[in-house]
Ligand binder design. Structure first.
Ligand code: DGT
Ligand code: CA
Ligand code: CA
Ligand code: ZN
Length: 579
């Protein structure tokens, strides 16, 4: 955890606790300050070293807050925060995960019923105590009960976007260790699941002890959980990293085994058994002439295991990309020669959903366009928020200003070497209507329509209704889910996919690691139905253009090929698709 993250988290906690306490205005001041800290581009340590006056220069940070930031950096505590924590000894983060429960509700339920944890909340709701609190009712209580399950399971897993940089860093470190011959991440991270239980890393080596020693010395490890001769585990930023060491000759079989998924491995092992083979983490063995194949781990003729390819080859199968290993028909497809020719990161030519400081983005139109050019895109679409359900005025751009912005975008486009699309992110209301006037939509190249309000219950009809609007090109983050925070709309992925084909609307994979919406499994329905996918970052600043890789791998989890993806086409191809 860096000082910057730490401070931003503390300020946000302060905001939530003040709001729980019924304080007005201050909570938002703390939230804006937290945002500024999070966005600070330079070394935050260096800034704090310079003292309160320097910290005061940050946007939305005044005297009171800069003093607290310096206090925290110097003492590791903020006195006022400690006090208010004592007044509200609640598990705020967990309680806020319940859809419909905000800091204010947490405060009231603590004051009235002593609710501190999710368990307390559940028993209070089950006992019917919540509906008797002033300002609450039977409906609120039922809502809390409905949303508790999600909140209880959320938070146990780490976002892909948080785990991947940790994995990249531990792999780079282990690659620098002399004794390590080959290093790979395995597990759910190698399959690019949206959330990760723990990070699995595999090393092939003749000297396991040296690798384990180096691993436990890794300077990003906060503590060592275990250290043996073949495996070790450390914790960093609350995330567990598991290391396995194997001899080089068993690297491929171990990698295949530890990549999972468990369901894929079970099906593959059964496929092997039917063919007189035995697969495990030590290799692929021909056991057709062995009386009792279960008599040991290494029985029969070893015909594969040093590479992962050799494991699949032993079964006459082509290598199966990790993203497909979820037991969704990939082994059958491999046997039939029908594996998809998966989309690659390099296939992406541009990004069609991005924000600027005209709405809630952090950078100007010019900065976003220059950043996209530098990132290597051939084109970028500026699609700021319109006003409408879920997006308040002041954040969203009013209709008449959208036209003015489009002019500004076209003008800025003249100064960059990439193609630029004008656009908008319009809101889909609960009845499926679109928040922007038709005359305005007609003037813009790209219309992204996204749900931002009433994000519970079944949203299929609403989204399909929105697709029927003739100006809509892309459905943005179709379920509105926020991983670990909000379940989002229930969507029937099959109906959604069929409607997308019928109305020629692309379905977005929003690459923001908090969203990854659509999910890989929903994408597979879209691909099977022949729908077009758009992979966008929904960037609010240039630094997040790189999130596109999370979207690409999510698309691969949905079996997408380049031909299925709108922004794998050139700008001309995109124009042909637009309405
Ligand atoms: P996670 O960590 O919950 O996000 O998911 P994974 O898939 O990374 O699971 P993890 O870390 O428990 O184990 C890594 C891989 O090792 C897993 O994908 C498959 C393999 N594996 C682990 N335990 C078992 C097991 O009991 N049976 C089988 N067949 N495979 C296992
Ligand atoms: Ca794992
Ligand atoms: Ca593990
Ligand atoms: Zn949005």
């Amino acid at each position: 955890m860096t000082l910057k993250q730490d401070v931003a988290d503390r300020l946000e906690e302060m905001a939530n606790l003040l709001e729980a306490d019924g304080v007005e205005y201050k909570p938002n001041a703390y939230r804006r300050a937290a945002e500024s800290v999070r966005e600070y581009p330079g070394s935050f340590e260096a800034l704090v070293e310079e003292g309160e006056d320097a910290v005061n220069e940050l946007d939305h940070v005044g005297d009171a807050i800069s003093a607290k930031i310096v206090e925290y950096a110097e003492t590791g505590e903020i006195e006022e925060l400690t006090e208010i924590r004592e007044r509200y000894p609640v598990d705020m983060a967990a309680l806020l995960r319940v859809e419909g429960v905000g800091p204010k509700t947490v405060g009231t339920l603590y004051d009235e019923l002593g609710v501190e944890t999710l368990e307390d909340l559940e028993s209070a709701a089950r006992a019917g105590e919540i509906q008797n609190v002033k300002g609450f009712g039977a409906k609120t209580e039922q809502n809390i009960l409905d949303n508790l399950e999600f909140a209880k399971s959320a938070g146990e897993r780490t976002l892909l976007g948080d785990a991947r940089p940790v994995a990249d860093s531990v792999v780079a470190y282990l690659e620098s260790v002399d004794a390590a011959e080959s290093v790979e991440v395995a597990g759910s991270l190698r399959r690019w699941r949206a959330t990760i239980g723990d990070v699995d890393v595999l090393v092939g080596t003749e000297d396991g002890e040296a690798v384990v020693d180096a691993f436990t010395d890794w300077d990003e490890a906060d503590n060592v959980i275990e250290a043996g001769t073949e495996k070790a585990a450390v914790r960093t930023d609350g995330l567990r990293v598991d290391l396995r060491v194997v001899v080089p000759d068993e690297f491929g079989s171990a990698l295949q085994y530890f990549t999972g998924s468990k369901d894929h491995n079970v099906r593959l092992r059964n496929y092997a058994i039917e063919r007189g083979m035995k697969l495990n983490e030590y290799g692929a063995f021909d056991v057709s002439n062995v009386d009792d194949p279960d008599s040991g781990q290494r029985v029969g003729d070893r015909i594969g295991g040093s590479t992962e390819e050799s494991m699949y080859e032993a079964l006459d199968l082509p290598w199966i990309p990790p993203e497909l290993r979820e037991d969704r028909g990939e082994i059958r497809a491999a046997a039939d020669g029908d594996l998809p020719d998966l989309l690659e990161e390099d296939d992406i030519r541009g990004d069609l959903h991005n924000h600027t400081d005209w709405s809630d983005g952090n950078e100007t139109i010019e900065e976003m366009l220059a950043g996209a050019a530098e990132f290597g895109h051939d084109y970028l679409c500026i699609s700021d928020h319109a006003t409408g359900p879920g997006v308040v005025g002041g954040v969203g751009v009013e209709d008449e200003d959208l036209l003015e912005q489009a002019d500004a975008v076209r003008e800025a486009a003249e100064d960059v070497d990439i193609e630029v699309f004008t656009g908008v992110e319009a809101n889909i209301a609960a009845d499926g209507s679109i928040s922007v006037a038709d005359e305005v939509l007609d003037e813009l190249d790209v219309v992204v329509a996204s749900p931002h309000a009433a994000l519970d219950g079944d949203g299929t009809d609403r989204i399909i209704e929105a697709m029927q609007h003739p100006a809509v090109d892309i459905i943005g983050h179709p379920t509105g889910r926020l991983l670990n925070q909000r379940k989002g709309l229930d969507i029937d992925p099959e109906r959604l996919a069929e409607a997308a084909v019928e109305h020629d609307v692309a379905l977005e994979i929003n690459s923001n690691p908090h969203r990854l919406d659509l999910s890989g499994s929903a994408v597979k329905y879209a691909i099977d139905a022949g729908a077009t996918i758009a992979i966008n970052t929904d960037s609010h600043r240039t630094a997040t253009f790189e999130y596109i890789r999370y979207g690409v791998h999510t698309a691969r989890r949905g079996w997408a090929e380049a031909a299925d993806v709108l922004n794998a086409r050139d700008a001309e191809g995109v124009r042909e698709f637009l309405h």
